[in-house]
Design a protein around this ligand. Structure first.
Ligand code: DGP
Length: 111
C-alpha cells in the first residue's frame, strides 16, 4: 500500500520511535511544531478518525498518547490533535494523533 505511515510502521521508512506495542506506534514528527511533537498511529491502516469504530483501539490510542505525554514530562500541559479529513487539513491519510507540548501552545482557535 502506498501509505507513508504504513511504511513507517513496517520499518521501511526510518523514524524516531518513542513507544510501540501490538496495536500502536508512537514516533516523533519530522516537522516538529513544539519541543515535544509525537504522532500516535495504529499499526493497522485506517484513513482517519472518521473510520475508527474499534473501541479497544480507540482506547489504546488515547492511553498511549497520555503515556507519551507523561514520558515526555509534559506536566505543565499538552494538547492532543487529530486533523480529520480535508477541512481540517489532514495531509497524511493514516489516522494519527498529534501529542504537542513543551511550550505555551496559545489558545486554540478555528482557522
Ligand atoms: P496532518 O496534517 O495531521 O496529516 O499531519 C501529518 C504530520 O505527519 C505532519 O506534522 C508531518 C508528519 N510527517 C509526514 N511525513 C512524515 C515522515 O515521513 N516521518 C515523520 N516522522 N513524520 C512525518
Amino acid at each position: 500500500m502506498d501509505c507513508i505511515f504504513c511504511k513507517l510502521v513496517a520499518g521501511a521508512i526510518p523514524s524516531k520511535r518513542v513507544f510501540e506495542d501490538d496495536l500502536v506506534v508512537a514516533f516523533r514528527d519530522v516537522w516538529p511544531l513544539a519541543p515535544t511533537h509525537v504522532l500516535v498511529v495504529p499499526r493497522a491502516h485506517l484513513a482517519s478518525l472518521w473510520e475508527l469504530e474499534d473501541e479497544r483501539l480507540a482506547g489504546r490510542l488515547l492511553s498511549v498518547a497520555a503515556r507519551v505525554a507523561r514520558d515526555e514530562k509534559l506536566e505543565q500541559g499538552w494538547r492532543l490533535i487529530a486533523n480529520t479529513r480535508d477541512d481540517a487539513g489532514q495531509e497524511v491519510l493514516h489516522l494519527h494523533l498529534h501529542v504537542l507540548g513543551g511550550r505555551k501552545l496559545g489558545r486554540m482557535l478555528p482557522g
